[in-house]
Write a protein of this length. Sequence first.
Length: 136
Amino acid sequence: MPDQYLTTILSIGLFVVAITFLAAVFLLIYSSLQIKKAATALNDFIAATDLKINPVLKEAEETLKSIRAVYDDIGSATSNIRNISGALSDVALQVRTLGLLTEGMQDRIGVRITGLKAGIKAALGVLLNQENKGGS
């Protein structure tokens, strides 16, 4: 009887091992199928994302090009403004110089006019004196 008892326990153990082995194989097959599905879904997601990201990247590149063009235009406008400012400074300096020259000429003309008035006054004074002397 002990041999039969041992054989029965070994048979049950072998049956349990076989069922466990089959369950493990089934789980491995099921897991590999799930991993394959996940890999396929991941590839689809990456492809869809790539299709959506490419236009965004192109638009971002165009935007950066536009920003660079605007930056260059601003640099050019700033340079032009500096040139205009320099030209206005030169014009202002020339206007000041012209104003100083005009003031100098006004002073000289004023002195000459004052001298001419004094000369005319003196000449009239002399003429009146001679007329008074000649008429008396």
